[in-house]
Ligand binder design. Sequence first.
Ligand SMILES: Cc1cc2nc3c(=O)[nH]c(=O)nc-3n(C[C@H](O)[C@H](O)[C@H](O)COP(=O)(O)OP(=O)(O)OC[C@H]3O[C@@H](n4cnc5c(N)ncnc54)[C@H](O)[C@@H]3O)c2cc1C
Length: 449
Amino acid sequence: MNEKVNPPKRFDVIVAGAGAGGVCAALAAARTGARTLLLEKAVEIGGTGVHSPVSLICKFHGRDHRPINLGIHRELFPHAYLHSTWDFRASAPRLTYDEKDLAAAYRRLLAAEPNLTVRTGCGAASVRREGRLLHSVQCDDGSDFAAAAFVDATANGNLSALADCRASVGRDSDSALQSATLVFAMSGIDKSRLRVAEFSTRGGLHSLWRELTSLYKEAKARGETQNPKGSVVCFPYPDGERLLFNANEVVGVNPMEAGAEEAAIKKGRIFVDDLVAIVRRHPAFAYATVEFIATKMGIREGRRILGDYTLTQDDCLGEARFEDMVAACAYEIDIHDPDGGATRMVDIPGSGYYHIPYRSLVAADADNLFLGSRCISGTHEAHSSYRVISGVSAIGQAAGTAAALAARCAAGQARAIKPAWIRHVLREQVQFVEGTVEPPPGWQGPEMS
Ligand SMILES: Cc1cc2nc3c(=O)[nH]c(=O)nc-3n(C[C@H](O)[C@H](O)[C@H](O)COP(=O)(O)OP(=O)(O)OC[C@H]3O[C@@H](n4cnc5c(N)ncnc54)[C@H](O)[C@@H]3O)c2cc1C
């Protein structure tokens, strides 16, 4: 047998996918004392937040202005913690990031973990199972790795699909997925030609959106673009000079279908060219240049893996409080219409946040598979909320911590781990948790078992 001649290299925890969720999961697992392998199929780590940059740091405060994500997210975006994401005054800053800074923060934090190995250009291509336990992952470069516990942080639930786990896709009525977007950035904007010569504040940015949207709507009425998006949305970089445009909707993109992303990029580029031509009619943009057009399509939604609990819109809007909470999210329900119509946004009422239960992070069809990115078990509507970087970083941190505890205390078995143990470790690592905490058996910190 192949295994006897060349057995897979063994780790405690394998995390597949190195976007926000996977990086946080891998850091958390390594910091909980697990020998961890982070696998990324792309040549560089970073995932959507770096390679299809999104700019905006979405809400992570309760309505009382307390941060409900204090963990690795704060290490990634320290500047955002100087402000509240519930500050809606016109003079309040829009909290944004530069993808180069985020990529550098990922590299710095990952390099600092002695328990962590990172392999890029190494996509999980198949999974070997023994009953309900995943045993090992075979990668597309021929390498083979085994572990006690696995974290699926591939965004679209690719690892779980390879392990034959059940999943849902899209909205209930017809499985249609949220629209996708090809983002691009512009620089060289003459701010003195804008009605409000500053777009780093909420008030200034909304004024800019109004100016550009009016030009765009006129052009759309003349048939100059087929882009279904109804308005121009862009966000400032932290330098207050450049803008990241999130301003096209490509519908009908199913990232699980071969070739779908490439076809979507082609369509997206046409919309980008249309929009650049339109905004250049504004005097402030007459000499602006396109800094880059993303090489990766911005995909909002993929598989949602069936877990022990499926988080719903009612849970989000009902400010759910779960006994097995391991993460929290404050971001709105935010559905980019699969048909390309208006975006539906609904605030989380009351306290402004809801709990994410451990059961939604445990794949129903396996015993040692944790969900650590936007592929957790939830409905189309709930997913539209926790999918943002603040949500997935908290999910990833919780999943990585749980996987490490499972590997160390329970031979990888997710259901043998108490949520209070996970919360204990998360709290020690200064993450926001609510509910009782209990040290895992024999716990004396990451270095002890
Ligand atoms: C256009 C757009 C705008 C958005 N705007 C915002 C915003 O303003 N603010 C915000 O916070 N969020 C925003 N989001 C959402 C947010 O960016 C993403 O949901 C989030 O970054 C997803 O993180 P992730 O870790 O789940 O997945 P990803 O970052 O997509 O990472 C998944 C990784 O898994 C890898 N992978 C896939 N398959 C395999 C495999 N078989 N083996 C190994 N690796 C694999 C991929 O290459 C990828 O690197 C936006 C999303 C889009 C598309």
